[in-house]
Design a binder for this molecule. Structure first.
Ligand code: GLV
Length: 327
C-alpha cells in the first residue's frame, strides 16, 4: 500500500537546505516568497497539513490554533515565540518549537554593534561624510560617549543577556542586571554581575540593553516613567521585541534629550516605525536583523526543519517549548 507522506506548510522563504531536507521526507507546501501569507491566507493554507514551519510574522492566535486539527507541530524559525499562543497550542496538543542557542552570539554581537554605533555616532558620521558636510577636523566633531569602563545595565539575564554581559566584560564595564529571576550565584560570580532592582538599573546604567522575552509582564517595560529615571547621557538598546518599549514615549524622550540616544532593531508594529523616530539624529535604526548572519540564519532554518521532522516522526522535538506535552 502506498505510504502517504505527511504534509508540511512552510509559510515563508527559508534557506534552501531546510526545504531540501523536508522535501526528502514530506510533501512540502512551500510559500517561497518574502511576503509570506496574510492572516486570511494562512488560515486557509494550514488546512490539511500536519506540520507548519512558521516565522515571527505569522500570528498563531487561539482562534487560528483551534482550527488546526491534525497539526502536530508549529515550528517557529526564531527564538522568540510571542507570535504563537503557547497556552492555546498546548490545549490543542500541538507542539511549539523555536530556534535557541544558534543565534545567541550573533544577536549579542548585534546588540553590541548598536550600542557602539549609538555611543560613537557611527551612523551620523557616515551621513556627515557621505553628504559632503566634512570640511574640517574640529575638537568636538561628532563627539560621543565612552563605552570602556561605563556601566552596562542588562534587562533579562538569559542566554543572550549573558552573551552581552561577556562582551561588556571585554570592555571593562560594570555589569548590573535585572530579571524576574535572579541568576545563579556562580554565574554572577563568573561574569561579575550585580543584581539590582529595576529602578536602580535605570538610574545607574550608562547603557540599558533589553534581553527579555515579550510577555504580558514585559510589555512596555520601558515607558515614560522608566525613561524619566534614566540618565540624560544614557543609551537604550533594544534587540528583544518592539512592544517591550513604548515607542511613542521613547521618541519623545529622544527628541527632548531626556536620554542621549537609542539603538533599535525591533519595533512595536514592524515594519512600521513610529514617525517620531524616523527623523531623529540620535537614534540608530535596524530592520530586525540581530540574528541575521548568513550562517546563523541558515542554522535557524535547519533547526526549524529538524524540529518539525522530529514531531512528525514521533520523536521529542529538540527545542520543544510546551514541554508539558511530552511525557
Ligand atoms: C528573532 O527575533 C528571533 O526571535 O529569533
Amino acid at each position: 500500500m502506498a505510504h502517504t507522506r505527511a504534509k508540511i506548510l512552510v509559510t515563508k522563504r527559508v534557506f534552501p537546505e531546510a526545504i531540501a531536507f523536508l522535501e526528502q521526507r514530506y510533501e512540502v507546501d512551500y510559500v517561497a516568497t518574502d511576503e509570506g501569507l496574510s492572516s486570511d491566507q494562512l488560515s486557509q493554507r494550514v488546512r490539511g497539513v500536519q506540520a507548519i514551519v512558521s516565522q515571527l510574522t505569522d500570528k498563531f492566535n487561539a482562534g487560528l490554533i483551534d482550527t488546526l486539527d491534525g497539526v502536530k507541530v508549529i515550528s517557529n524559525v526564531a527564538v522568540g515565540f510571542d507570535n504563537i499562543d503557547i497556552a492555546a497550542a498546548t490545549q490543542k496538543g500541538i507542539f511549539a518549537t523555536n530556534t535557541p542557542d544558534v543565534l545567541t552570539e550573533t544577536t549579542a554581537d548585534f546588540a553590541f554593534s548598536l550600542l557602539m554605533a549609538a555611543a560613537r555616532r557611527v551612523v551620523e558620521g557616515h551621513q556627515f561624510v557621505h553628504s559632503g558636510q566634512w570640511k574640517q577636523w574640529t575638537i568636538d566633531l561628532l563627539a560621543g560617549q565612552d563605552i570602556f569602563g561605563q556601566t552596562l545595565g542588562i534587562f533579562g539575564m538569559g542566554r543572550i543577556g549573558q552573551a552581552v554581559a561577556r562582551r561588556g566584560r571585554g570592555f571593562s564595564m560594570r555589569l548590573i542586571y535585572h530579571d524576574a529571576q535572579r541568576a545563579p550565584a556562580e554565574l554572577e560570580k563568573e561574569l561579575g554581575l550585580e543584581f539590582v532592582s529595576k529602578d536602580e538599573l535605570l538610574r545607574s546604567a550608562d547603557f540599558v540593553s533589553l534581553h527579555v522575552p515579550l510577555l504580558e509582564s514585559t510589555r512596555k517595560l520601558i515607558g515614560a516613567p522608566e525613561l524619566a529615571m534614566m540618565k540624560p547621557s544614557a543609551i537604550l538598546v533594544n534587540t528583544a521585541r518592539g512592544p517591550v518599549v513604548d515607542e511613542a514615549a521613547l521618541a519623545r524622550a529622544l527628541a527632548q534629550g531626556q536620554i542621549a540616544s537609542a539603538g533599535l532593531d525591533v519595533f512595536e508594529r514592524e515594519p512600521e516605525v513610529h514617525p517620531g523616530l524616523l527623523h531623529l539624529r540620535n537614534v540608530v535604526l535596524a530592520p530586525h536583523i540581530a540574528s541575521a548572519s548568513v550562517e546563523t540564519r541558515r542554522k535557524m532554518s535547519m533547526m526549524a526543519a529538524e524540529n518539525a521532522a522530529a514531531a512528525l516522526e514521533g520523536r521529542r522535538p529538540p527545542n520543544l517549548i510546551n514541554s508539558a506535552l511530552w511525557r
